[in-house]
Write a protein that binds this ligand. Structure first.
Ligand code: BG6
Ligand code: MG
Length: 220
């Protein structure tokens, strides 16, 4: 293997499609506040923290509220979201993910989660994936949101690997920026139009394995 010693994975949108549950919970909150929140609006929330997501939602609805009320609404949305994700099963792991994680394990490449979500532990537990990762850095452990590289730098540190020896997998533009800002290579999961700054963009893990990973391994 080349100089790739660790793979760092974003969670939402990379390992599992939780965006649909976030969307339902945010849309219900918007409806209660008296406005419509569309799937297109929801795109803006990908990779963004819970409180910033609420700010964007309120901006869409043209609603301004005191801080205390915002915290209450964010909690309310989260309770709903948690009630949805609490029913998730391993069937919802995105295609090819487990296979790729197994390939990494066999090749001795370390793995970590680097996610903004404070619900990371419950999601990994529902998907029965917690034991696959050597380190889990989530929204409970970081103070700076992507595109700040904190979440990935902490991941690399926890694994004892240099940032330059890590590859990040991300579905959000802010996450790709975070990887670049941290001095890491990155693979975009999704559309090249959105993730163009990544070293490589693929639609998912179905046709992605060690061979494809190695293409990034020449220190580019
Ligand atoms: C990110 C999601 O992974 O986590 C965002 O892409 C979400 O949409 C953020 O807002 C925070 O998640 P949570 O679970 O802490 O509300
Ligand atoms: Mg994501």
């Amino acid at each position: 293997m080349t100089n790739i010693k660790a793979c760092l994975f974003d969670l939402d949108g990379v390992i599992v499609d939780t965006a649909k549950y976030h969307f339902i919970a945010w849309r219900e909150l918007a409806a209660e506040l008296g406005f419509e929140f569309t799937e297109e609006n929801n795109e803006r929330l990908k990779g963004v923290s819970r409180m910033t997501s609420l700010e964007i939602l309120l901006e869409v609805g043209g609603v301004s509220l005191p801080e205390e009320k915002k915290i209450q609404l964010a909690d309310q949305k989260n309770e709903r979201y948690v009630s949805y994700i609490a029913k998730m099963t391993p069937d919802e792991i995105l295609p090819g993910v487990v296979d790729f994680l197994n390939q990494l394990k066999k090749a001795g490449i370390k793995t970590a989660i680097g996610s903004a979500s404070k619900n990371t532990p419950i999601i990994l537990e529902r998907l029965k994936l917690s034991h696959y990762f050597d380190a889990i850095i989530d929204g409970n452990k970081v103070s700076k949101a992507k595109p700040d590289p904190e979440v990935f730098l902490k991941g690399a540190e926890a694994l004892g690997v240099l940032p330059s020896d890590c590859v990040v997998f991300e579905d959000a533009a802010a996450g790709i920026e975070a990887a670049i800002n941290g001095g890491m290579r990155c693979v975009g999961i999704g559309q090249p139009e959105i993730l163009g700054k990544a070293n490589m963009v693929v639609p998912g893990f179905e046709n992605f394995g060690l061979n494809e990973l190695m293409k990034l391994g020449n220190g580019q």
